[in-house]
Design a protein around this ligand. Structure first.
Ligand code: ARG
Length: 391
């Protein structure tokens, strides 16, 4: 009889390496899938490790472009930021990875997919829900929810016993997830809420103490909500994000520390670093404030909060999320223009904004001589506006 096939989302780390072996022990043929979303990534190394660990095959894909265009961009346009502090970098990558698990399972005629997410996190929710939505008949195996290892030490013993090649580098005291939209850092030292995060938890962003004493200026141009130019130069979205990450990090921008409401109900503490994402959210909002009317802006803010929750909770492919995309897409029609920003000591400040669709009328706003506002209208307006509140 032929072995049952399973497609495993594989990173090459301890967890997913043990998953390969564990699934093999259960009688599966294991096919690995690794996606590059912007982490440190060596296809050669991944392939070598996967095959050595016992996988029959590995698919390796550079998905940075698709990730940026199809996942980051709609989320940026929507303005979604979870609990006002998390730009959803890890959360956005999961539906993409799950979508590829489903595609590869179809191609390989496999009826199982698997991942190395823990039973306490959000990522299992995101991957499982996406698979359930896209391919309800696929069965999902999450070894970390089933196997008996209760500590990393037990996993390491198992890996040694089974001769699984694990990296000999000393285990970092915290857990990191990295892609082009941001970095998540949690566990270890960060679980102690009474302590300031130590220096080694700064992965990308400069500590304010080390930032330059001279600011940098950047100009970002948007066309219908899409960032298209940086400092006057047309630029591919992935490169634009990478450039902003670098310059923002230098000035200590985009680091947040969040007590987070996980989908499974746990509160956890996570540090996020996402300089480029914060700069882009900031810049886009400046244009929006200039070109959208107040009701549109107000509703968009409410929608952004909902959007963030949907992404966080693994509902990327839901009907509501698609509907919100359509709403945002329609609003973005007007959202073109450019913003000049100053980056300095952890702050982003706006220097100037311009849009051909601007609703700002200096003749109405001015307190100077050329004022064209009809003062005689104000009293009548206030009387009618205030009528319902007058006792
Ligand atoms: N808490 C974040 C989320 O649910 C990130 C999870 C991964 N974090 C990590 N440090 N490995 O989206």
């Amino acid at each position: 009889m032929r072995k049952k096939k399973v497609i495993l989302a594989y990173s090459g780390g301890l967890d997913t390496s043990c998953c390969v072996q564990w699934l093999k022990d259960k009688g599966f043929e294991v096919i690995c899938f690794s996606a590059n979303l912007g982490s440190e990534f060596s296809p050669q190394d991944l392939k070598k490790r996967a095959l050595k660990t016992g996988a029959s095959k590995i698919y390796i894909k550079d998905l940075r472009k698709e990730f940026a265009q199809e996942y980051i961009l709609p989320c940026l346009k929507s303005g979604a930021v979870y609990q006002n502090k998390y730009v959803l970098s890890t959360a956005l990558g999961r539906p993409l990875i799950a979508k590829y698990l489903v595609d590869i399972a179809k191609k390989e005629n496999a009826s199982f997919v698997s991942h190395g997410c823990s039973a306490k996190g959000n990522d299992q929710v995101r991957i499982d829900l996406t698979v359930m939505m896209l391919a309800p008949r696929l069965k999902i195996i999450a070894p970390l929810r089933e196997w008996g290892f209760t500590s990393r030490q037990m996993e390491i013993e198992y890996a040694k016993k089974k001769k699984i090649p694990i990296k000999t580098t000393k285990e970092k005291p915290y857990s990191i997830d990295k892609n082009i939209w941001g970095i998540s850092v949690e566990a270890g030292v960060l679980e102690d809420l009474a302590k300031e995060p130590p220096e080694h938890t700064y992965i990308l962003v400069n500590r304010i103490e080390n930032t330059p004493d001279k600011p940098d200026y950047v100009e970002i141009e948007f066309a219908k909500g899409v960032p298209v130019k940086l400092n006057g130069r047309k630029m591919d979205f992935v490169l634009l994000i990478e450039r902003l990450n670098k310059i923002g990090a230098k000035h200590g921008i985009g680091r947040t520390d969040l007590i987070e409401n996980r989908t499974v109900g746990i509160k956890s503490r996570e540090i996020y670093e996402a300089p480029g994402a914060w700069i882009l959210h900031f810049a886009l909002q400046e244009i929006e404030n200039l070109v959208l009317d107040r009701e549109a802006l107000d509703f968009k803010r409410t929608a952004a909060e909902k959007y963030a929750n949907l992404v966080y909770q693994g509902l990327w492919f839901s009907a509501l999320k698609k509907g919100l995309d359509a709403f945002v897409w329609r609003l973005m029609d007007r959202v073109s223009g450019k913003v000049r920003l100053k980056l300095f000591k952890g702050n982003i400040s706006v220097v100037s904004r311009y849009s051909g669709n601007s609703l700002y009328k200096k003749s109405l706003a001015t307190y100077g001589e050329k004022d064209q506002f009809n003062r005689s209208w104000a009293e009548g307006f206030i009387n009618i506006w205030g009528m319902p509140y007058k006792r």
